[in-house]
Design a protein around this ligand. Structure first.
Ligand SMILES: Nc1ncnc2c1ncn2[C@@H]1O[C@H](COP(=O)(O)OP(=O)(O)OP(=O)(O)O)[C@@H](O)[C@H]1O
Length: 273
């Protein structure tokens, strides 16, 4: 089914309206609107410093905006008390830039962190069993469980971070530059994993990336941040029809053309065509 055919009537899982963020004199977002639909992989792109991570932090309640509203699962996420936010936070998983694993904990212990936080009192044997399952689910060998992050390759660290993000069986997954720093084969493998988990688990994915191959391969729609707001959201062909200079330069520059001509790297379920 095409994205257009899926239509606008799908449930909106994330609704951002009139968002304004700033630090001192610097205004990062001004009157930013964005909808993320249930079941889609939404790519979020924009030049460096356009506020992609700040947008994600605003959505998950880590950054209090100067103005505007953010709803996730129909609930406001701004300025909530920690205790109030727990029910929403349980329903999403986050892979921060670089994986953000706790270096003094093993992979298995990292995956157990959210389980222990949200479900204190769960039996240790069960925690270990769930962690082992999540580790394997992200394509890591079972032997990775007792290893420390320093003993893993960059790609394995990302997978371990993803295993932790999936610990609570979330409906919504936030990925901040998941393929940054990976070689093309590792990046393609991670894209493939994201696409296949999205499909099997019915996830909605908010994916910040600079990686054009990722956009073409697995994103249903792409949101473009520029001029302090989301200037366009759509499929890549829809975005290409717009004559905004940044969009044209990004998608029609040499790297964009290479990604279209791809596959630069093997990805199943390629959404390029
Ligand atoms: N805690 C903070 N204090 C002050 N300024 C901040 C803070 N967090 C972000 N900024 C500024 O907000 C702007 C947007 O940052 P953000 O990290 O969201 O950009 P980005 O689009 O994710 O960039 P990149 O693609 O380089 O990761 C930048 O100018 C950054 O310096």
């Amino acid at each position: 089914m095409t994205d257009a055919a899926r239509g606008d009537d799908r449930e909106i899982l994330i609704r951002v309206r009139g968002l304004r963020n700033g630090f001192g004199e610097q205004i990062v977002h001004d009157d930013l609107d964005l909808d993320v639909r249930r079941g889609e992989i939404l790519g979020v792109v924009g030049g460096s410093g356009t506020g992609k991570s700040v947008l994600m932090r605003s959505i998950i309640g880590l950054q209090t905006p100067l103005d505007g509203s953010v709803e996730v699962f129909g609930e406001n996420t701004i300025g909530r008390e920690e205790t109030e936010a727990v029910d929403i936070r349980k329903r999403w998983g986050i892979l921060f830039q670089g994986g953000a694993l706790f270096s003094t904990l093993t992979v298995s212990e990292n995956v157990q962190v959210p389980l222990k936080e949200f479900y204190p009192g769960v039996d240790q044997a069960l925690l270990e069993e769930i962690a082992a399952y999540k580790v394997v689910m992200t394509g890591l060998p079972p032997e990775a469980g007792p290893k420390y992050p320093a003993e893993l390759s960059g790609g394995m660290k990302k997978r371990a971070g993803l295993a932790r993000a999936l610990a609570l069986d979330p409906e919504l997954l936030f990925l901040d530059e998941p393929t940054a720093g990976l070689d093309p084969i590792g990046a393609a493998a991670f894209d493939e994993l994201t696409a296949s988990l999205q499909k099997t688990l019915g996830l909605t994915v908010f994916l910040i990336t600079h990686d054009l191959d990722t956009l073409y391969a697995i994103c249903d729609r792409v949101a473009v941040l520029a001029d302090k707001r989301v200037i366009a959201v759509g499929t890549i062909p829809e975005l290409l029809a717009l004559d905004h200079p940044w969009i044209q330069e990004y998608f029609n520059g040499p790297r964009g053309r290479a990604a279209v001509a791809g596959p630069n790297r093997p990805v199943h379920e390629d959404k390029r065509g």
